[in-house]
Structures are given as C-alpha cells and as structure tokens.
Design a protein around this ligand. Structure first.
Ligand SMILES: Nc1ncnc2c1ncn2[C@@H]1O[C@H](COP(=O)(O)OP(=O)(O)OP(=O)(O)O)[C@@H](O)[C@H]1O
Length: 257
C-alpha cells in the first residue's frame, strides 16, 4: 500500500543544506500497523510529509496504492501532533469533523450520519455541539482522529499525535488508535520518538538512525493482537523488544557522534 524507495530529502535555503533523510526504503502492506521510531530530529516528520504529498522528495520514490505521490494522495488522511492548530476554533466539533466530507459530494443526512459515527468511534458523541476550545487536549486530539476517520481513508498517517497530552490520556488514546485500526482495517503509519509506544502499538517497527538518516532495522512485533496497557507492558517479550529497539536507537545515535 505504501512504498518508499531510496527516499532522500535535502532542505536548502539561506545558503545552507540540511539532509533530513539520506536513503529510506521500506514498504507497508494494506491493513498493516507500522510505527516509525527514531531519535529527535532524524526526519520522521519529513518522511510523513513526503508520504502525504506535502513535500517533494529530493530523490527517490514514494507510492501510495501503486500511484506515485505528487500531491496529497486520494484516500490518505494525516493526524498532526498539534491538535490545537489543526482544528478550527470557530467551528463546532461536528462541523470540524464534517469538513473533509465537503469534497465528497454527499447529501446532508449522509454527512451527518458519518460525523455521528466517527465521533461515536472516539467516544465523543456528546461533544458534537461544543467548540474545540471547550475541550481538553486529549479530547481535541480525539476530534482530530474522528475527522480523519470521517474521511474514511485507506491510509492514515499519524505524526507524534500524543506528544502533547498527559500520560494517562496518552494510554487511552493509544488504545483508541489500536481499536480504530482493528475496526476500520485502515493501513496505519504512526511516527513517534517514544520507543515503548512504538512497540505497544505496532505490528512492525521501523527504526531510523540519526542524520544522515537511514533505516536501521525493520522489526516484527510478535506480540498478541489483543494488547492491554498492564499485561502487554509487563509481558517479558514486550520488555525484550523494547530493550532491543532502545539499544538500536542508542547505537544509531552513537555512530553519528
Ligand atoms: N523546512 C525546513 N527547512 C530546513 N530544515 C528543516 C526543515 N524542516 C526540518 N528541517 C531539518 O530537517 C531535520 C529533520 O527534521 P524533522 O522535523 O523531519 O525531524 P523529526 O524526526 O520529526 O524531529 P522531532 O522528533 O524533533 O519532531 C532537522 O535537522 C530539521 O532541522
């Protein structure tokens, strides 16, 4: 579903060059849940922007469902880290969630049904009439997830979506994203710098090095599909996997110092 081949991205400007991505190759099959983890500043956001068609690569190729990405691909939605800036404060929650449906040419009743279903999926059916600024940070991020779901994407990209919420809310949102993935069968690429989060969430973890950024390892997460914040995180296999990812990230950092 997602193919990234020899992707390189160099930012140029003000007389200097920053090579954010050196050479990235990996793919994500339809319906997979893959996390990308790597040290701060290694180019995770740059990678997602290239995938989402928001940024042209310097070289290499990115395809979504077989089609080369030249602009935002059909059927792809992105949830950003900064929920505060991604929702419109002058629109009510339901209106924010309805926004991506405008271009789909659906009738009013159909739009309302999809909005209601998406809000219910994130546990916010009661908040439809509220304004985003009346909600907590975690609730606002759930609205952003509902908006992405309303679009009924085949591919969902999430860029450190829980970085700005407290630990308890973060755990709830992690479980929400896994249940959404299981229920809607969407292909999901989730970027995080949090090693525990990547192992808890994904079926596969792509570990990136620091700059010049390459894929260090493509690791299958062979934990049971039913995950639980208490039992999964206490599972010896979880502890082994997170230890392995941690060591790889540390090694990747050291090799560039
Ligand atoms: N628009 C830009 N112009 C120039 N350099 C940029 C631009 N955007 C990002 N960079 C540089 O590219 C590198 C990768 O940035 P990016 O934001 O993709 O990393 P990241 O892994 O998402 O970082 P973090 O984990 O801190 O969010 C950094 O060195 C950053 O300074």
């Amino acid at each position: 579903m997602l193919e990234i081949r020899a992707l390189r991205k160099v930012y140029e400007g003000h007389g200097r060059q920053v090579e954010a991505l050196h050479n990235i190759t990996f793919s994500v099959r339809a319906g997979e849940f893959v996390c990308v983890v790597g040290p701060s500043g290694c180019g995770k956001t740059t990678l997602l922007r290239c995938l989402g068609g928001l940024l042209p690569p310097t070289s290499g190729e990115v395809t979504v469902a077989g089609a080369p990405v030249a602009g935002p691909p059909d059927g792809l939605a992105i949830v950003f880290q900064e929920y505060g800036r991604s929702l419109f404060p002058w629109l009510r929650v339901a209106e924010n969630v309805a926004l991506p449906l405008k271009s789909k040419g659906l009738g009013k009743a159909q739009r309302a049904a999809i909005v209601g279903e998406s809000l219910a999926a994130v546990g916010l059916a009661d908040a439809a009439g509220a304004y985003p600024w009346q909600l907590s940070g975690g609730m606002q991020q759930r609205v952003a997830i509902a908006r992405a779901l309303a679009f009924q994407p085949r591919v969902l990209l999430l860029d450190e979506p829980f970085a700005a919420v407290d630990a308890q809310t973060r755990a709830d949102l992690e479980d929400l994203v896994r249940s959404v993935w299981q229920r809607f069968g969407v292909t999901l690429l989730f970027v995080t710098h949090d090693i525990d989060e990547s192992v808890y969430l994904a079926e596969r973890v792509i570990i990136l090095s620091s700059s010049p950024t390459v894929v260090v390892e493509d690791l299958a997460i062979d934990l049971p599909a039913a995950r639980d914040q208490l039992t999964t995180r206490a599972d010896p296999r979880f502890i082994e996997l997170r230890g392995h990812v941690y060591a790889q990230v540390q090694k990747a950092k050291r090799s560039h110092e």
